[in-house]
Design a protein. Structure first.
Length: 72
C-alpha cells in the first residue's frame, strides 16, 4: 500500500515538473521571439537613419561643388 502511495506521489511530481517545464519553454520562446522582433525593428530603423545620413552627405557634397561659389 505504501508503494502505491509513493508511486502516485512520484508520478504527480513528474507530471507537475513536465508541465512546468513546458510552460517555461513556451515563455522563453515567446520572449525570444519578441526580442528578435525588437532587434529586427531596430536594425531597420538604423538602416533608414544611415540612408538619411548618406542622402544628407550627398546633398552637402553637391552644394559644396556647385559653380556659384566664389573662386580665389
Amino acid at each position: 500500500m505504501l508503494n502505491l502511495f509513493i508511486a502516485i506521489f512520484v508520478n504527480a511530481m513528474q507530471s507537475y515538473t513536465g508541465e512546468e517545464q513546458r510552460n517555461t519553454i513556451e515563455a522563453l520562446d515567446r520572449t525570444r521571439e519578441r526580442i528578435e522582433a525588437d532587434l529586427h525593428a531596430e536594425v531597420r530603423s538604423l538602416r533608414n537613419e544611415i540612408q538619411d545620413l548618406k542622402a544628407l552627405l550627398a546633398g552637402l557634397q553637391t552644394s559644396n561643388s556647385s559653380p556659384n561659389q566664389p573662386g580665389p
